[in-house]
Design a protein around this ligand. Structure first.
Ligand code: FES
Length: 162
């Protein structure tokens, strides 16, 4: 089966990427299905992921506090962040599980802190740190258009990042 770009959700194109020129960033053979990889284009660190339905490109920055998702865990469409246990769905753009720090979801609804099973409950320290956690909004993914040309993966990279 030919490799294809993944049809990401409407309205979630990365700023400046809709009309950006494409750049060849990786060989298709270097991204087997079920794998993900960081690729850098100018100042932009991208996460290329080969899902069952095709290839997707997003920022290699967690939608919570910007940790590199490329060193997280990929499970189907969902990537797990290495920093606060948030899980994010690359097929829908939505958070699948909020981070342990809690905070605001993409629609602005508040979620409390939580701890994984078997660990002590996380106590939210008073002061600015707690306020920062509370006010940090987990965003939806923004996607960079992808196309396959020959044996190369090309991604639309906005001029601002080249
Ligand atoms: S930085 Fe990824 S869950 Fe917090």
């Amino acid at each position: 089966m030919a490799t294809i770009p993944f049809p990401y959700p409407d309205g979630l194109t990365a700023p400046g990427a809709a009309d950006a020129p494409f750049a060849a960033l990786l060989a298709v053979a270097d991204l087997p299905e079920g794998t993900m990889r960081r690729v850098t284009a100018g100042e932009l660190d991208l996460l290329l992921v080969h899902l069952a339905g095709g290839i997707v490109a997003v920022d290699d920055r967690c939608p919570h506090m910007s940790a590199p998702l490329s060193i997280g865990e990929l499970d189907g469409c969902v990537v797990g962040c290495p920093l606060h246990e948030g899980r994010f769905d690359l097929c829908t753009g939505e958070p699948e599980r909020m981070p342990t720090t809690g905070g605001l979801d993409p629609d602005g609804a508040y979620h409390p802190t939580w701890s994984p099973a078997g660990r002590e409950p996380k106590v939210d320290p008073p002061g600015k740190k707690a306020e920062a956690r509370r006010l940090t909004r987990v965003r939806r993914f923004r996607y960079y258009p992808v196309r396959i040309v020959g044996d190369r993966i090309e991604v639309a990279v906005p001029a601002a990042w080249r």
